[in-house]
Design a protein around this ligand. Structure first.
Ligand code: AMP
Length: 217
């Protein structure tokens, strides 16, 4: 099964994609994670994307389409994939349709996670991760048991994303509302879009996604 999770920054796309990956062996395709890895590795793509990401703006479509096209063609994606953070513009959505058709693949569902703006800002500005094992935390909703120490692996390097702050969040939300939200009618028209309440707690959201996947399999 191939699905897209759509939602503003902090809507829970990454959290849910990781759960589905673990439970069903589907592959999480997070363009944000791919870009952060490219920035860390200092690749040409990373060098181009770094300042754009730090400003909370969108990386040019052509770069994103190339990135995802190569990744989706890899063998592991045949098991099914969850797109998390792509497409983010109508041009990306159209390019995705073309690349899937070329590769003999299709989308099963597009799931929108709806979350209030105030909750998005609170979620994003409090989150941090363990640099060693990737476990995610939140100052208010999921603090570490011991300050400065990852509960899962004992790692001591807990880091925050540079773009996870209230100021950059304004630009990221603007990008979502102006450039990403127009893809919702695009998928609604194709009969693929289902919207769910992303304000509910994590396991309730997972259950809602599973029900949608079940109904379309
Ligand atoms: P995310 O981790 O999904 O919040 O993405 C972090 C940042 O990476 C975004 O704010 C954008 O700058 C960039 N980015 C990720 N995915 C895309 C995409 N599909 N199109 C354009 N920019 C993207």
């Amino acid at each position: 099964m191939n699905i897209i999770l759509i939602g503003a920054p902090g809507a829970g796309k990454g959290t849910q994609a990781k759960i589905l990956e673990q439970k069903y062996g589907m592959v999480q395709l997070s363009t944000g994670d791919m870009l952060r890895a490219a920035v860390k590795a200092g690749t040409p793509l990373g060098l181009e994307a770094k300042s754009i990401m730090e400003a909370g703006k969108l990386v040019p479509d052509a770069l994103m389409v190339n990135l995802i096209k190569e990744r989706i063609a890899q063998a592991d994606c045949a098991k099914g994939f969850i797109l998390d953070g792509f497409p983010r513009t109508v041009a990306q959505a159209e390019a995705l349709d073309n690349m899937l058709a070329e590769q003999g693949k299709s989308l099963d569902k597009v799931i929108e996670l709806k979350v209030d703006e105030a909750a998005l800002i609170e979620r994003v500005s409090g989150r941090f991760t363990c640099a060693k094992c990737g476990e995610g935390y939140h100052d208010k909703f999921k603090p570490t048991q011991k300050a400065g120490l990852c509960d899962k692996c004992g790692g001591t390097e807990l880091s925050r994303r540079k773009d996870d702050n209230a100021e950059t969040m304004k630009t990221r939300l603007k990008a979502f509302n102006e450039q990403t939200a127009p893809i919702l009618p695009y998928y609604r028209q194709k009969g693929l879009l289902v919207s769910i309440d992303g304000m509910a707690n994590m396991s309730v959201v997972t259950k809602a996604i599973e029900e949608i996947m079940c109904a379309s399999s």
